[in-house]
Design a protein around this ligand. Structure first.
Ligand SMILES: [Zn+2]
Length: 438
């Protein structure tokens, strides 16, 4: 099995010795402390947030772990307070559409150097699954400068790897045509869209050997189906815009991500206390950037649920592994009677059904859980609706007791670009508190 290419990349970029892997932690501490000083000197937000803290007095990870966390709301409330460079030096601004169209929006800023760091990570990250004989199609936005597709193309250009950036899947026939004409054997895309493509029974799909899923956590049911039906390897990438798009990617062991440790420092914390948890224990993923010019982030809460693996990776790398993200805190919903359920429970049932294209889960009120599904086979849809209803009712009864009325309803067949769950991270609509924010 090939060792993750991220190991050599990190050794090269950080200058640490491979004989002394502990040096990585020392390197990261030094870099994180640099970030603290830089952010406190240059950003209005961290001037305030770190007011009583002298970064020069922090000498250990224990002290670092006492620092306050940064929340998504902090960025949303005033993104410009995070800026560390004049606006004239910003090469790319990403505005994240989270919940609803009104209210403040999260904005993330990058300088040209920040974007180049992402290109560098994508270059080496992609080598986990491909080499320059592969032919890649990217189903992610790529038209504009500095978009994820644009950066990925630049990364693959560095090794002379053939790459077509199609953009988001909006037209099945056009995508299939692109796959055939360009003899594509590797697809990079959003989980629900790649699933949709695979379910279109596209003949060209049988030439696909590798898939990289990105931008959202990936239900196991989806990986199993892609593996089984197409015999292709399914790699997961973990990242979010705030990280500079990229955060970590699986090696050929396909058992969790190796991380972008030369640019980011990851922690897992207890979401309630904010305290770090031991390796192997599940908590919220938190990260700190280093060498980021425009908008450094310190102990930023991702809202994603994850854990470090306690075992060394089978690929033989000294790098640690983060287990696959298992969901989002926002998708853990409190029901009546202190019962908590997670969207991923439903997804494992819904996405395992080959007729399903898309779904929307809504908590209508304290009594009713509404699940709207788009299905392929219109003729059998009524029976399918009833079947899904039974499956979910049984699951709920067994795991949570009789807490909710389950209502499964068909929604009209969506065109691919209207898939409700494709563009944003998949989430539950909770009508009991519609004002709640991302
Ligand atoms: Zn590995």
């Amino acid at each position: 099995m090939k060792k993750t290419p991220l190991e050599n990349w990190i050794i090269k970029r950080t200058g640490i010795s491979p004989e002394n892997p502990d040096a990585l932690k020392s390197y990261q501490l030094e870099k994180v402390l640099e970030t603290l000083s830089y952010a406190k000197d240059n950003s209005r937000f961290y001037q305030k947030q770190l007011e009583s803290i002298d970064p020069r007095k922090i000498k250990s990870w224990e002290q670092f772990e006492q620092l306050p966390l940064t929340r998504a709301e902090d960025i949303k409330n005033n993104p410009f307070d995070f800026l560390c460079v004049p606006q004239s030096q910003i090469a790319r601004i990403v505005t994240l559409n989270t919940s609803g169209t009104s209210g403040p929006k999260k904005r993330i800023f990058f300088t040209e150097a920040d974007l180049q760091k992402t290109v560098d990570f994508f270059d080496y990250g992609m080598r986990s699954l491909i080499d320059n004989t592969d032919r890649v199609m990217v189903l992610l936005p790529g038209q504009a400068y500095g978009t994820i597709g644009d950066l990925l193309k630049k990364a693959l250009d560095r090794t002379g790897t053939y790459c077509v950036v199609y953009g988001l899947l909006n037209d099945l026939e056009a995508v299939e045509k692109t796959m055939i004409e360009n003899e594509i054997n590797c697809i990079v895309g959003i989980p629900i869209q790649v699933l949709y493509l695979s379910r279109s029974k596209a003949a060209s799909f049988k030439h696909i050997e590798k898939v990289l899923l990105s931008t959202d956590y990936v239900p196991q049911a989806l990986v199993i189906e892609l593996n089984r039906k197409f015999g292709c390897q399914v790699f997961n990438h973990y990242g979010m815009t705030e990280m500079g798009y990229g955060g970590g990617v699986e090696c050929q062991a396909l058992n969790g991500y190796h991380l972008r440790e030369g640019d980011l420092y990851f922690e897992i914390v207890d979401p309630l206390s904010g305290k770090a948890v031991a390796d192997g224990v599940t908590g919220e993923i938190v990260f700190t950037t280093f060498n980021r010019q425009a908008m450094p982030l310190i102990r930023y809460r991702t809202g994603d649920i994850g854990a470090f693996s306690v075992d060394a990776c089978q690929c033989g790398s000294f790098l640690r592994t983060m287990k696959k993200v298992s969901g989002r805190l926002k998708n853990r919903i409190q029901l009546a009677g202190d019962v908590t359920f997670d969207l991923k429970e439903l997804e494992e049932i819904l996405l395992a059904d080959e007729d399903l294209i898309d779904y929307q889960v809504t908590i209508k009120d304290d009594q009713t859980l509404l699940i709207e599904v788009s299905l392929y086979q219109y003729e059998t849809a009524k029976a399918k609706e009833a079947q899904l209803q039974r499956c979910i009712e049984t699951h709920f009864l067994k795991n949570h007791g009789e807490v909710m009325q389950i209502e499964v309803k068909r929604s009209p067949l969506q065109k691919p670009d209207q898939l409700v769950n494709s563009m944003v991270k998949r989430k539950i609509r909770d009508w009991r508190k519609e004002s709640s924010s991302e």
